[in-house]
Design a protein. Structure first.
Length: 366
């Protein structure tokens, strides 16, 4: 009956995967992925060029900064020569491009370590914080947005609007300080906001760089709960900020889906309200929500520096700010390149998720 009325149920995820598992479809999908990655190469080259030029335009002299305030002109000139800053900008660009082709991002003048090593140490901390915050915000924002759309004009809808407005209006550093004051200073429930682990605990053996996962792999539940307690307040702070755009987009997408013709047809077919809302309306509303989620993730990953500073979180955002202050060219360029690569990979994942959510969008055909 559903087919005669024009209401065709969507395929489940396993059914779609099985239908796309044929050699022809798999080959087309892999070819499309390869073409998409090849299309990003000019973007990455442009990012390298722009970041290189902009870092050279930063105010201040790195040689004078690292030579010290008491250094004379001879010492500054020697430092500049040692850093390779006495060469022309074109020569510096050629040397930097050659190092990139060898997988060398340079050495950070702040830490004295290779930039690749610094990024490998700090990026998992930012990813763990950002992903945890997004999981928390999605668990709240998506059901709240769906409920607000279904109960349009009710107290749930007004509550959603208030939370969205508050999440956008409140600065993250204010929210973080307020949570620290309440849960650490007044109530004493939270540990001291000083990094990823309290000083009485040792870091788990490095496997993924995510303390929660690494502690579980090592079978150290005590370190796991200690890391979870340290992660709770900064993740909630960031989740309150990311909750707003996700809830707003979920509500808008559900309202648009619920007013569509196919939803009216599904209701006329006698389908239950639960089936209409969650199988048909929510399934079709997922695409803009996934797009918003990807945009929020890419933005928050590099822009959560205020949260990292408030909670002394050793993430990549605070690393980039410290490099900017010191005019640490290699560290700034490495940060920008890492963010560009992550953004490209994220867009690829979003495109693949589109094809899984809506089978009418064939990734292999793009």
């Amino acid at each position: 009956m559903n087919d005669r009325l024009g209401v065709r149920p969507k395929m489940g995820l396993l059914t779609r995967l099985r239908s796309d598992a044929g050699p022809g479809n798999l080959q087309r999908t892999l070819t499309a992925i390869g073409l998409r990655i090849a299309q990003t190469l000019p973007v990455l080259i442009g990012v390298v060029l722009i970041s290189f030029v902009l870092t050279r335009a930063l105010p201040g002299d790195p040689a004078a900064y690292f030579a010290g305030v008491l250094a004379d002109e001879a010492s500054i000139a020697e430092t500049r020569e040692r850093l390779g800053l006495d060469r022309s900008v074109f020569e510096q660009l050629l040397l930097y491009a050659g190092d990139l082709l060898r997988g060398d991002l340079g050495v950070s003048l702040n830490t004295g370590q290779p930039v690749l090593t610094d990024l490998a140490e700090r990026l998992p901390a930012s990813l763990e914080l950002t992903l945890t915050a997004l999981i928390i915000s999605c668990l709240i924002a998506v059901p709240l947005g769906v409920w607000a759309a279904v109960k349009q004009g009710s107290w749930v809808d007004h509550l959603c609007r208030v939370l969205v407005t508050a999440g956008v209006s409140l600065p993250t550093f204010f929210t973080g300080i307020l949570l620290i004051y309440i849960f650490y200073y007044v109530l004493g429930w939270a540990p001291s906001p000083l990094g990823r682990l309290d000083f009485i605990y040792l870091s788990p053996p490095h496997v993924t760089g995510f303390y929660l996962i690494d502690s579980l792999i090592a079978g150290d539940t005590e370190t796991f709960f200690a890391a979870a307690r340290q992660l709770a307040l900064p993740a909630i702070t960031l989740a309150l900020f990311t909750l707003a755009p996700i809830a707003r987009m979920t509500r808008a997408a559900m309202l648009s889906a619920l007013s569509s013709d196919y939803i009216r047809t599904a209701r006329a077919a006698g389908l239950t309200p639960r089936t209409v809302r969650y199988r048909y309306a929510f399934g079709n509303a997922l695409l803009p929500v996934v797009t918003t989620l990807g945009m929020v993730f890419s933005f928050v990953l590099g822009a959560n520096v205020l949260v990292e500073k408030v909670f002394a979180w050793p993430g990549i955002g605070s690393y980039a700010v410290e490099a900017l202050v010191a005019s640490d060219y290699a560290a700034v360029q490495g940060f920008v390149l890492a963010m560009a690569v992550l953004f490209v990979l994220l867009n690829l994942v979003i495109d693949l998720s589109y094809a899984l959510i809506d089978p009418r969008i064939g990734f292999g055909a793009k």
